[in-house]
Each structure stands twice: as C-alpha cells, then as structure tokens.
Design a protein. Structure first.
Length: 107
C-alpha cells in the first residue's frame, strides 16, 4: 500500500536515518521545492543529509490523500526548532518515490 511508504518515510525521518530515507527513492528521483531542486542519488543524499541536521519532527498529520501512485499531505512540523505548516506530494513508481514536492510555511 502506498500509505506504508509514507509511514516508513516518516519513521526514517523521525529516526534521523539517512540510509532508510534514501532507500525510499528511485535512482531517477527528483525533489522540487521553491528554493531548490535535487535530482539523482547524490543531490538527494546531500539534500537529506542537510535536512536531517535540522532535526525535523512531524507533530501532526493534518490531512493525507493517497490515491493510486500519489500522496498529498499537510503536516505540522518542527524544523530547526521552528514550527511550520508543511505541504507536499509524493509520486511513487514501483514502490519507491519518483517525484516529490515540498513547501513549508511558518505557523
């Protein structure tokens, strides 16, 4: 189930487990944010290594829509000791993340 991938991703981020996070992504994955794009294994590794240093924690999943190969979520998170309202999309191919968008707004 696609929700299982989302649950694994949240657990890996909560644990600060870079290798577990990276295992969720395809070799041809891309992460798109308003301030940055990360493409391929090396850029995605660098992206998540820096992100995990900020100690991200999900406080609440406010909304989750999982349909076919797409997950759309809204979560309250603490990132670098700041609370944010996070939105994102995960598109899954063959059980791994192929495309991801993410944005965070201050609460």
């Amino acid at each position: 189930m696609i929700e299982d991938l989302f649950t694994r991703q949240l657990a890996a981020i909560a644990d600060g487990d870079l290798e577990a996070v990276l295992a969720q992504y395809r070799e041809d994955a891309m992460i798109v944010r308003l301030d940055r794009v990360a493409t391929g294994p090396e850029e995605i590794r660098a992206f998540f290594a820096a992100y995990l240093e900020l100690k991200p924690r999900v406080t609440e999943i406010k909304a989750l829509q999982a349909v076919n190969d797409t997950i759309f979520y809204n979560a309250v998170m603490t990132v670098n000791n700041n609370q944010v309202n996070a939105y994102g999309t995960l598109i899954v191919r063959d059980g791994r993340i192929w495309r991801q968008t993410a944005a965070a707004l201050p609460l």
